[in-house]
Ligand binder design. Structure first.
Ligand code: SF4
Ligand code: SF4
Length: 293
């Protein structure tokens, strides 16, 4: 019997005000591997066809930039747009350009608007794309904005999913894409108030932290190598929503607090300005009443 035809989903991946860390994190995915993601079927019968990604694609120049426009025309309403990094608005967008038109760089803003409005869905991968992140930190000299801010200003209502993190866990991105391919756009209640999938961002770090018993007993680390709760040396776990303590990083090897470093709140819209300084305790008033109805 002939094998059923594989369904292809074109993906365009833009990088703006970014360090490429989100791409590197996703490429470190173990199950599925980067090869599975890029070449094989990400789930049985479905393959994402990454047509543009400046870090991994072999081509350069006008011909690969033309792929962006071509995909928009050929697959209108049927491709996924992934945005990594902030969208710099200052100086007419000169701080992040992709390709040229009439000898002028084409600003990231222009691509996010044109490709964003014709996509099936947009995934803002990483805290910079989701909330502005480090490029938008004070004094924000590039006037960096998030995808959501651009969409709101431009009246673009394409479904947007924020997969925040500095960098995000590969499973958060792969799981979000797999969910889109299996069940379609997120259903009511599946995203939180910041458009993040509750499956990954539904609980506080502090709720599942193995050092929580020390917090409850008032045993606090005075330096990073102490084995107790890291709250007094700056842990933002009580105000940070992610499944790092249970999912772990590097294919289940460890995570920030497990390696003796405080959670720095990297997935939150408040990162980095509000949760800074990294090694200072947050004020007790900011603590949610954990466990209360
Ligand atoms: S403050 Fe940080 S280290 Fe302490 S229990 Fe909460 S998440 Fe764990
Ligand atoms: S533990 Fe905190 S800082 Fe570390 S990856 Fe998770 S959310 Fe980010």
């Amino acid at each position: 019997m002939a094998k059923p035809k594989t369904q292809e989903y074109p993906v365009l991946w833009l990088q703006g005000g970014a360090c490429t860390g989100c791409s590197v994190s996703v490429l470190n995915s173990v199950s599925p591997s980067a090869k599975n993601i890029l070449i094989d079927e990400i789930i049985p019968g479905k393959h994402i066809n990454v047509r543009f990604h400046t870090t991994v694609m072999g081509g350069t120049g006008d011909s690969v930039v033309a792929e962006l426009e071509q995909t928009r025309e050929e697959a209108k309403g049927a491709y996924l747009l992934v945005v990594e990094g902030s969208v710099p608005l200052g100086a007419d967008g000169v701080y992040a350009v992709i390709g040229e038109r009439d000898d002028e760089g084409i600003p990231m803003l222009s691509w996010v608007k044109s490709l964003g409005q014709d996509a099936l869905a947009v995934i803002a991968v990483g805290t910079c794309a989701a909330f502005g992140g480090i490029p938008a930190g004070a004094p924000n000299p590039t006037e960096s904005a998030s995808v959501q801010q651009v969409f709101s200003a431009e009246g673009i209502d394409t479904p947007l999913i924020n997969v925040s993190g500095c960098a995000p866990h590969p499973a958060w991105f792969v799981g979000t894409v797999a969910s889109l391919l299996i069940q379609g756009l997120p259903m009511e209640g599946e995203l939180d108030e910041f458009r993040r999938p509750r499956a990954f961002y539904g609980q506080l770090i502090h709720e599942n932290c193995p050092r929580r018993a020390y917090f409850d007993e008032g045993k606090f680390a005075k330096k990073l190598s102490d084995p107790y709760c890291l709250y007094e040396v700056g842990c933002k776990g009580p105000v940070t929503h992610a499944d790092c303590p249970t999912r772990l990083w590097n294919n289940g090897v460890n995570w920030c607090v497990g390696s003796g470093a405080p959670c720095i709140g990297c997935v939150e819209p408040t990162f980095p300005d509000v949760v800074a300084p990294v090694y200072e305790k947050i004020t007790d008033e900011a603590l949610p009443n954990i466990g209360a109805e």
